[in-house]
Design a protein around this ligand. Structure first.
Ligand code: PFF
Length: 455
């Protein structure tokens, strides 16, 4: 075991393990379910263009900030701020993160549960010869049920718990190392299938050709929110994972690799989805139902669709699992270290509490659907608040903390563990977290909030 006698903290055992776990966190439902549909809603290439800008200028520096905070403090998201800035209010940033983890995993588990159900539907060939209307009814009727989706969600939460309960090296790292290569393989197969369909080029054009007329302020805020969501930033997930990274690892390189991997997989998901959607003459702006309504329609018309539909929903489930373990770990590490309880107890308590909030998310698709907040049901509310408010706000504070509170010298010390710091890289990084990231987040955030009327 890699335990330190004084802290008894578990560490990731290998460099590949760190990348697999962090990329596993980043690559998830966000890439495969959310990215394609919001890209569709906000006009394709123009959204992608802004999103990529946010990833490079804000996402990457915030990721490196989170890793640095985590490894330096060797503590959970809340404890890390407490350790590095004792007696100051910075710890509330960690608190905000733990709250965001609760909200995100609550609705995330619901969608992951749907994915499992759709693996089974795909296996039993349930999409065959159904009209688009019938496929829509099938999805809507299923999500509105009071019991079945809840059971799938619970099953998924138990899977997540089973991995996290074992620990960092023997649970999270071990499964990520096996599941991530599988995920990459599946998405490449699906992408190849989609681009070799007749009429695929329209879909590629939609994804890559920027038409800025469709990009609203709300779209720009969604691009920012999604950059955070997709890279698992702003709530201390990568602070928590960073706290398990050995001093031998090069943090800068890891952050760059994880950011690139996440972005390539989101684009690959777009390549697997849009060409197929356009090839069958379907409109891409189908919202959250894109992968559960539109894609089954695509699969049932596509040669080999039975096989590809199973692969696709399996991909979605695997991607969800490697992310959900990272979200649960934020809460588990917090409970374990702050309440000084065993990992086992902390994992069970966290899973139960999050599943209860998740239950309400699931029911808000059906029997609790009439309860609206700002015109959103409970599920959409948690999604919106966490992705578009808590994560960017968390990111804002994290970049301010690193840029202004910790400062250049401490960061240089942290980044030079396991690597040689290249001076211009450090200068650019500090400039981005001091000025660019906070100002850009604040502007986009205020603009987005102002134009909001919640439908
Ligand atoms: N990055 C994950 C995805 O794209 O699906 C979701 C996520 C995981 C968000 C962890 C936030 C987080 F802290």
């Amino acid at each position: 075991m890699n335990k330190k006698p004084t802290q008894a903290r578990d560490l990731f055992a290998s460099k590949f393990g760190v990348i697999a776990a962090a990329a596993g966190s980043a690559v998830g439902l966000g890439n495969i379910w959310k990215f394609p549909y919001i890209t569709g809603v906000y006009g394709g290439g123009a959204f992608l263009f802004v999103y990529l800008g946010f990833i490079a200028l804000i996402g990457l520096p915030v990721m490196l900030s989170e890793f640095s905070i985590g490894r330096r403090a060797r503590s959970n998201a809340f404890g890390a701020f407490k350790k590095l800035a004792p007696g100051s209010p910075w710890k509330f940033v960690g608190m905000l993160g733990v709250a965001a983890a609760f909200m995100i995993l609550a609705f995330y588990g619901v969608v992951a549960g749907w994915s499992i159900d759709y693996v089974i539907k795909a296996l039993s060939n349930s999409f065959a010869s159904k009209s688009p209307g019938e496929l829509e009814t099938m999805f809507v009727n299923f999500t509105e049920l009071p019991l079945t989706p809840v059971l799938y969600q619970l099953f998924f939460m138990i899977l997540t718990m089973a991995i996290v309960i074992v620990g960092v090296k023997d649970g999270i790292e071990k499964y990520a190392k096996f599941l991530m290569p599988l995920l990459v393989l599946i998405i490449i197969v699906l992408g190849l299938r989609a681009v070799t369909l007749e009429g695929a080029s329209e879909g590629l054009k939609f994804l890559f050709y920027p038409d800025f007329s469709k990009l609203t302020a709300e779209g720009v805020l969604s691009a920012l929110g999604h950059a955070f969501f997709s890279l698992s930033l702003g709530m201390g997930t990568l602070i928590t994972y960073g706290s398990y990274v050995s001093d031998k690892n090069n943090l800068t390189k890891t952050a760059v690799q994880v950011t690139i991997a996440d972005t390539i997989i989101a684009i690959l998901a777009g390549i697997a989805i849009f060409p197929a959607v356009f090839a069958f003459g379907i409109e891409p702006d189908k919202g959250a139902g894109l992968v559960f309504i539109t894609l089954p329609n695509v699969f049932q018309q596509m040669p080999g669709g039975y096989f590809f539909s199973i692969l696709f929903f399996l991909l979605l489930t695997v991607a969800a699992l490697t992310s959900s373990i990272s979200i649960l770990e934020v809460v588990v590490a917090y409970f374990k270290e702050e309440l000084k309880i065993k990992r086992r107890t902390a994992t069970i308590i966290s899973t139960v509490l999050i599943s209860i909030v998740g239950l309400f998310c699931s029911l808000s698709m059906g029997i609790l659907g009439e309860y609206k907040f700002f015109n959103l049901n409970f599920f959409d509310l948690l999604d919106w608040i966490s992705a578009n408010m808590l994560l960017p706000l968390g990111g804002l504070f994290i970049s301010l903390f690193v840029g202004w509170y910790l400062g250049k010298d401490k960061i240089q010390e942290e980044l030079s563990k396991g690597s040689v710091v290249i001076k211009p890289v450090l200068t650019v990084f500090i400039f981005l977290v001091r000025f660019i990231a906070p100002v850009a987040i604040a502007i986009v955030f205020l603009n987005g909030i102002e134009v909001l009327n919640f439908g």
